[in-house]
Design a protein around this ligand. Structure first.
Ligand SMILES: [Zn+2]
Length: 393
C-alpha cells in the first residue's frame, strides 16, 4: 500500500511558478502523492532559489492565505490578517481545486498560536509573562478568543476546502523563546527560569488556576515574578543548570506550580481535542507537528493525539540508531498514531547520502514522509526525492 508522501508547500510558491507546472513537478518529478499547503502561517523570511518572481520573500506577520467567508467572520471573535498574496477571493480555491483535480491528496497546513500580528491587535488572546507584559509572538490557548478563533478556523477550512487532512501546528502553549526576533541574549539562564519565563500568566490562565485551587492566583504570579527578578540577576552555578526533575518541581512554590502546570495541560489539551474533533467531523484525517512537552506545551499526548493518525517529526540521520530513534518517538504516541519523517533533502551532501537516509527510514518502518519544503529546495533536490519514490509507492 502506498504511504503518504507529502511536501510542505507555501501557496505563493505554487502561484508564482504557475500552479499546473508546480503540481506537475511535485507529482511527476518528485513522485509525491500529497501536498501540505500552508493556509494559516507565521512570519518568516524566505530564500526561494528557483522562484521566478522573488528569490527573497519577506513574509507577513502571521496571516491567512485565503479569503474567509462571512460565516467565519460571524463565528470568529478575531479578525485575522489576510495575506497580500491573496489577490482575489478565488486565489486559494483555484490552488486547492488544482491539487485535487491532479489526484493529489490535499492537506491543510495550519499554524495557530505562533503569530506576531494578533497579539498586538488582541492582547487578551496573547500570552502574558509574570511581569504583566504581552508576548508579541504567541497566543494563549486558555483565552476564549484564541479558542473560538482556532475552532472557527477549523470549521471554515472544512467548509471552504474539504481537505483530506488537517495538519495542526502550534495549537498549544509555545516554548519560551518561540518567535524571538533577532534575539540579543548574552547570559545563560537556568532551566527553571526558562520554564517559568515561558509559562503564561494571563488572566485566563490565572482564572483557571484559581478554579483548580490556587487561592490567590495573582499573588502566585507576583511570587514568580519576584523569584525570577532575583534569579535572572544572578550568575547560575553548576547545580542549577541541571535539567529540572519532576520531584523537585512538584514542591516548588508550595506545590502551586504543579497545580498551575496541570491547569495548563487541561487548557491546551482540551483545545487540541476540540480542534481534532472538528476536523474529524468534516471527514478529514488529522496530523500534528510541534512540541509535545506537557510542561512547556501543555499537551498530554495520550489525549491530544488519541485521534491523530500521524505525527510529523524529525529523525536522527545516523543510520545505525535510526530504528531506535523512530521507536522511541513512536513510543510517546498513542498506539494507533503513526509517525512520518520530516526530511529536508538539501541537508544532505549528495544524492547518495539522501538515498541512504530515505532507505534507512523505509527499512526502519517509517509510516510516511513529509518533505520540507517545495519552495525552499532546488530542482535537483526534488529530483533526488523522485528517485526514491519506491520508498512510498
Ligand atoms: Zn494564558
Amino acid at each position: 500500500m502506498a504511504k503518504r508522501a507529502t511536501i510542505y508547500t507555501y501557496p505563493w510558491d505554487l502561484s508564482d511558478e504557475g500552479i499546473d507546472r508546480a503540481l506537475e513537478t511535485i507529482a511527476d518529478t518528485a513522485g509525491l502523492n500529497s501536498v501540505s499547503l500552508a493556509q494559516s502561517y507565521h512570519v518568516s523570511t524566505y530564500l526561494l532559489p528557483r522562484n521566478p518572481r522573488r528569490p527573497l520573500y519577506w513574509g507577513e506577520e502571521g496571516a491567512l492565505y485565503f479569503q474567509p467567508s462571512d460565516t467565519f467572520y460571524r463565528e470568529s471573535p478575531i479578525e485575522p490578517l489576510i495575506s497580500d498574496v491573496v489577490t482575489s477571493p478565488g486565489y486559494m480555491p483555484e490552488i486547492v481545486d488544482k491539487i485535487k483535480t491532479r489526484g493529489l491528496d490535499f492537506t491543510s497546513w495550519l499554524v495557530f498560536n505562533y503569530n506576531h500580528h494578533l497579539p498586538q491587535r488582541y492582547p487578551d488572546a496573547a500570552k502574558q509573562d509574570a511581569f504583566g507584559h504581552t508576548n508579541l509572538a504567541q497566543l494563549c490557548p486558555a483565552s476564549p478568543l484564541t479558542r473560538d478563533y482556532a475552532l472557527a478556523l477549523c470549521r471554515e477550512i472544512a467548509r471552504q476546502f474539504e481537505p483530506d487532512e488537517f495538519h495542526l501546528e502550534s495549537l498549544a502553549y509555545l516554548h519560551f523563546n518561540y518567535g524571538f526576533r533577532n534575539p540579543k541574549i548574552a547570559v545563560k539562564i537556568t532551566p527553571l527560569c526558562e520554564m517559568l519565563m515561558g509559562l503564561c500568566y494571563c488572566r485566563h490562565c490565572l482564572d483557571r488556576a484559581g478554579g483548580a485551587g490556587i487561592e490567590d492566583s495573582g499573588r502566585f504570579r507576583d511570587e514568580i515574578a519576584e523569584f525570577l527578578a532575583d534569579e535572572l540577576a544572578r550568575e547560575p552555578n553548576a547545580n542549577d543548570t541541571q535539567p529540572l526533575d519532576p520531584a523537585t518541581m512538584a514542591k516548588l512554590f508550595s506545590g502551586r506550580l504543579q497545580v498551575f502546570i496541570d491547569t495548563r495541560i487541561e487548557a491546551a489539551t482540551s483545545l487540541m481535542e476540540q480542534a481534532v474533533a472538528s476536523a474529524l467531523q468534516s471527514g478529514a484525517r488529522v496530523s500534528f507537528f510541534g512540541g509535545r512537552d506537557p510542561i512547556s506545551n501543555g499537551l498530554d499526548s495520550d489525549r491530544a493525539l488519541r485521534e491523530v493518525y500521524m505525527v510529523n517529526g524529525g529523525v536522527d540521520a545516523i543510520t545505525e540508531t535510526m530504528a531506535a530513534n523512530i521507536a522511541g518517538q513512536r513510543g510517546e504516541f498513542p498506539s494507533d498514531t503513526g509517525f512520518s519523517a520530516i526530511v529536508q533533502a538539501s541537508a544532505f551532501a549528495d544524492a547518495g547520502a539522501f538515498a541512504a537516509y530515505v532507505s534507512g527510514l523505509h527499512e526502519a518502518g517509517i509510516d510516511g514522509f513529509a518533505f520540507y519544503n517545495y519552495g525552499l529546495l532546488r530542482r535537483i533536490h526534488l529530483e533526488w526525492i523522485g528517485a526514491q519514490r519506491h520508498a512510498w509507492s
